[in-house]
Every structure is written in C-alpha cells, then in structure tokens.
Ligand binder design. Structure first.
Ligand code: TYM
Length: 381
C-alpha cells in the first residue's frame, strides 16, 4: 500500500484523515460544532456535512461566533484549470454555495490559470487559460448568487492585487515556503512566489474569510494565518473536505490527471454507466451465490461511497441500500445501476444548465454583477 502523501499538488496512498488533522494542526468538526452550524444557518445541513465528508476546520467556531455578533464572514474558494473538471471538484463549490445561501455571504472564486502553467511542465499559458474558460462554465452552472459572486482569472485580475501581493510576499521567507510546500532547488521561481496569489483573496474584505476546500489546500492557509494580522487582516477560517475517491478504490483521490479514475462533469449517461460498471471498485463478493450468502461491504464500495457523500440525499433510502447490500439481498450490479442513474440525473441537469445559461452567468459573475463590478473598481494596496 502506498505511503500517504497529501500536498496541494499530490495526493497518494490510503488517506488517514485523523492523522491529517494532527499533522496539519487543524481541528475536527465535532457533533457539537455541527449543531451550532445548523442552528445558525438559514438552511438545513447538506448531506456532505451531515455525513461527515467535511471533517476538519480552522476557526469555523470563531467565524460562527462573529457572525452571531453581527460580523459576517465572506467565502473564498478556487479551481486550478489543469484538466477537465470531475465530480470531486464540485464538493468544495457545493459547500460554498450552501454557505452563501445559508449565511447570505459574498463569494470569491479564484481561477489559477497561472498556477497550473507554472506547475505543469508541459502546459502552455494559452492552454491553461482556455481550460479556465471551460471550467468557469462548469462552476457557474452550480448556481451561485450572480450579484454576490466574483469569479476571476489570475492573469486577468493581477493588476488589482499586485501591490498587496508584494507586501504580503515580503513577509514570507523562502525557508517557510520550502517547509510548507516542499519546494526544491529544481522548483521554478515562479511557483515559489505563486502561493502568495492563493493567499491574497483572503484579504478581499476586512471580514474573516471562510474557505471551503479539500484538506490538500490547507498549507496555503498556514502561510496566510502567519502574516494576516501583521497586514491588518483576519486569519482565514477554513472548512476541509475529504477526497472523493477514484473509481478504483479508496486510495488517493479522483484526479483529472488520471482519466480512468474520474467521472467528468461533461460525461454523458452512457459513459457514466460504462465507467461505473467497468471500474467502480466493488465491496461485493466474486459470485452471486457467495454474495447472497456472505453479503457485501458497502464501506469500501466506491458506488456506495459516491451515494453517501453526494448523490443520495434521502437518509432512509441510503440506510436501506446499506442494509440490503450488506445482507446480500442487493447485488453489486444493482447497486452500480442505481448509482449510475443517480449520477447521470445530476450531470444531465448540470449540463443542461451550463448549455442554456452558462455564458450569461459567467459574464455576470466575472464582470457585470454587483460584486464583480465593485471588484473591478478596486485596487488592493
Ligand atoms: P483544484 O483545481 O486542484 O481543486 C479544486 C477544489 O477541489 C478540491 N478537490 C477535491 N475535493 C474532493 N475530492 C477530490 N477528489 C478533489 N480533488 C480536488 C480541492 O481541494 C479544491 O478545493 N490551487 C487550487 C485552486 C484554488 C483554491 C483556492 C482552492 C485557488 N484558491 C481557494 C480552494 C480554495 C487548485 O488547484 O484546486
């Protein structure tokens, strides 16, 4: 079994989430904190919170306390356009959407066309910019408030943040960057400076930023929290998700750089079905006879995990499936069929919204909505 490795650019091995909380120095999301979140929010908790997919945080309790005292937080998240977007990517965005709706907060979305150009040897800037435009259509189709959301591409917005970015950069040494991100003598100097750009949106407001992301992005917030107060801003709060597993099983993460590991947002119904039937790791027994006798193991079954984390909202139905699969009454083929249908229904609706409304919404959230217009007038000094 591969050794666990979790950095912003690599996720490998069997992921031990409790160990990550300890190693990263974050806090677990306890039942008590979830109750507090539920009683403060204007909406019921979504499945990915109820079922523990978002498992760790920094200062979420502080952000909630401040909110109750009348000091709102803003939401910040992002996407690195390195390849087609897949199901794993949408969890942070769905979390951002829920937070926006439940707390009426502004949302800022960074599209790091520069990061992926610097990080991937084989990528041209033209390619990452092109991918950025495609990703933005997928992101807006998830349905944020167009007046309260600002989506920006790094290479396009940079003039508005550069003065503050160099002020922030002057407070961070190479030895910190090396320790936090694992840079070596072979790392290009663009990438060594680049993390400052992922830090900057946490300073878009004087209010506290609350960042939904998977735990791989946490290193940036460590750097941010070291320098924020010295620059007159608040330390960022974060809410960390697990990784949606790849089709092949529970090691590593669904990743756009491994085509066979992922279900893409533009996969059609036939492709989804084929991928689930052919690749989705099964907790079932090798033969029907054995399965009926011994039952399956839903906890390691990737189809079941997808249902649990996102696609089956009904708690009662999920429990029925769990029990039926475990007892052997439900077969692997039946579980896969159910899961493929659920995912396809979600994706068909997503693709329809993207096609009919994507361009209009992208324009609004990037340039014409209320928050977007205000952001293009601002320069961060
Ligand atoms: P990127 O494009 O690698 O990933 C986008 C978001 O998706 C999360 N993620 C996953 N979540 C669950 N399961 C998976 N298999 C999975 N794979 C990726 C990531 O943690 C991330 O939240 N540098 C960033 C872009 C960025 C950003 C941010 C992300 C800029 N500012 C602020 C979060 C918050 C990147 O390349 O993400």
């Amino acid at each position: 079994m591969a050794e666990m490795r979790v950095t912003p650019w690599t996720v490998e091995g069997k992921i031990e989430y409790e160990r990550l909380i300890k190693e990263f120095g974050t806090s677990p999301i306890t039942d008590e904190l979830l109750k507090e979140l539920e009683s403060t929010a204007k909406k019921p908790l979504p499945v990915f919170l109820r079922r523990g997919f978002f498992f760790s945080h920094r200062d979420l309790n502080v952000a909630l306390r401040e909110y109750k005292e009348g000091k709102p937080f803003f939401i910040y998240t992002g996407r690195g356009p390195s390849g087609k977007m897949h199901l794993g990517h949408i969890l942070s965005f769905l979390m951002a959407k829920w937070l926006q709706e439940a707390f009426g907060a502004n949302l800022y979305i960074e599209i790091t066309d520069d990061e992926k150009f610097l990080q991937k040897r084989e990528y041209t800037l033209e390619k990452t910019r092109e991918q950025a435009d495609k990703d933005i259509l997928d992101i807006v189709a998830l349905g944020f408030d167009p007046e309260k959301t600002f989506i920006f591409k790094d290479t396009e917005y940079v003039g508005h943040v550069y003065p503050l970015m160099i002020k922030a950069a002057k407070k961070v040494t190479f030895s910190t960057m090396r320790a936090v991100f694992g840079f070596t003598n072979e790392t290009n100097v663009g990438l060594i400076f680049w993390p400052m750009y992922q830090v900057i949106p946490t300073f878009f407001e004087k209010n506290r930023a609350l960042i939904p992301c998977a735990i791989d992005q946490d290193p940036y917030w460590r750097v941010q929290r070291d320098i924020a107060e010295g620059l007159g801003y608040k330390k960022a709060a974060a809410i960390h998700g697990m990784f949606l597993p790849p089709l092949q099983g529970t090691e590593g993460k669904m990743s756009s750089s491994k085509a066979e590991s992922a279900i893409y947002l533009n996969d059609d119904t036939k492709t989804v079905r084929k991928k689930i039937m052919k690749y989705a790791f099964s907790g079932g027994q090798p033969t029907v006879k054995e399965h009926r006798k011994k039952g399956g193991n839903p906890d390691i079954d990737v189809s079941f995990i997808y249902l649990k984390m996102l696609f089956e909202e009904d708690d009662k139905k999920l429990k029925e499936i769990y029990n039926a699969y475990k007892s052997g009454e439900m077969l692997t083929g039946e579980l896969k069929d159910y899961t493929a249908k659920k995912i396809s229904a979600f994706l068909e609706e997503h693709q329809r919204r993207k096609k009919t409304d994507g361009e209009r919404l992208a324009k609004k959230m990037m340039y014409e909505g209320e928050l977007a217009r205000a952001m293009w007038e601002r320069v961060y000094e």
